[in-house]
Design a protein around this ligand. Structure first.
Ligand code: ATP
Ligand code: SF4
Ligand code: MG
Length: 324
């Protein structure tokens, strides 16, 4: 098999909690706590988990906005911390992050053209005509009228703005897109539209993607492989079809049962189906044993003390639970 476009090995991102006059470290937030995975060329991997489990921090670390506390990240086989300066610069162009909130990720006083032009100027494209040509082409690519480049973000609808965000990521000709809940701020009808559109782009330009969502229903169409994240760790990871037909982890089963609106099921009612009442663990004081033991109806004594190791169920299907 060829070298994966992205590989993450035992990645940790911990934040110190400091207090008092001397700013002494009193505790640690284990926000990303030992995550490993690969994305093959052209593959879409979904990362699914509840609010606060560390999804955005993981993405920010992958894109280089945060330094890992421990662990390594490889882009096309090259380890980040061993890359030459120029390779780092190139890598930053090849990996693009798409945020959820299109309004706050576009400068309100910049026209769409100015926003899209910024990265091109940053990377040294001096020819204004050529920049405009690229912007026009890219807006066409995402199905927007190129005349939109003279508008301001507030003059566009939510769906149009989200396309601009995607277009802005595409002007760099990326190879890997990190999409942090790219459709969750949109109306349901627009969600399907933007999702279909992302899938078309992926096919057309053989992009690889890491797609973050709360909801297993959302990623059903788009993901080749799904990772279920909880309190900083991956509890189950499998090809999509395995997750939907043969999920093994109790938490994955809860997420499946609560689809399509997992967020609503868990957040609003506090519990759902096979879930005990309780919050997700505080990243500063995770429970001993299995991280899911405070909410799992199957939890027994062993679950309270022994951390479950990943069990291989079938090729590329892993789950961390003592009851498998
Ligand atoms: N710079 C930081 N310093 C300390 N703690 C942080 C920092 N950034 C994030 N956190 C904490 O990390 C945890 C995970 O945050 P993160 O934004 O990754 O969650 P998320 O899974 O993306 O949630 P959501 O689905 O709501 O976007 C939270 O407890 C958050 O408070
Ligand atoms: S290890 Fe125990 S607590 Fe954790 S998911 Fe499995 S049964 Fe539930
Ligand atoms: Mg987030």
């Amino acid at each position: 098999m060829s070298v994966p476009i992205l590989e993450v090995k035992d990645l940790k991102k911990h934040y110190p909690i400091r207090r008092g006059l001397f700013n002494k470290q009193v505790a640690t937030k284990y926000v990303v706590d030992g995550i490993s995975f690969k994305i093959e060329n052209g593959q879409t991997v979904a990362l699914v988990g509840e609010s606060g489990c560390g999804k955005s921090v993981l993405l920010r670390t992958i894109i280089g906005l945060e330094d890992p506390t421990e662990g390594y990240i490889y882009f096309k086989g090259q380890r980040y911390d061993q890359m030459k300066k120029n390779d780092v610069k190139e890598m930053r162009r090849k990996i693009q992050l798409i945020f959820q909130d299109s309004l706050s990720s576009l400068h309100p006083r910049f026209t769409i053209k100015m926003s899209m032009e910024e990265p091109l100027i940053l990377y040294g494209m001096k020819d204004a005509k050529k920049r405009d040509e690229i912007i026009v082409n890219t807006l066409n690519q995402v199905g927007l009228d190129p005349e939109f480049r003279f508008r301001y973000p507030e003059q566009l609808s939510g769906g149009q703005r989200q396309r601009v965000i995607i277009a802005r990521a595409l002007v760099e000709r990326p190879e890997l897109i990190l999409a942090d809940e790219p459709i969750s701020a949109l109306d349901v009808s627009l969600q399907a539209q933007v999702l279909n559109f992302l899938m078309d782009l992926k096919e057309k330009y053989s992009l690889s993607m890491l797609f973050v969502a709360h909801d297993l229903a959302v990623v059903r169409q788009i993901a080749d492989h799904i990772m279920i994240m909880y309190a900083g760790k991956i509890l189950e990871s499998a090809p999509s079809i395995e997750i939907y037909n043969n999920a093994k982890h109790p938490y994955t089963k809860v997420l499946l049962e609560s689809a399509p609106s997992i967020t609503k099921g868990i957040r609003d009612e506090g519990f759902n189906l096979n879930l005990k009442i309780g919050d997700t663990p505080d990243p500063a004081s995770p429970p001993p044993g299995c991280l899911f033991n405070t909410r799992c109806i199957l939890a027994d004594e062993k679950c309270m003390t022994v951390i479950p190791e990943p069990v291989e169920i079938s090729p590329n299907h892993f789950a961390c639970c003592h009851k498998i």
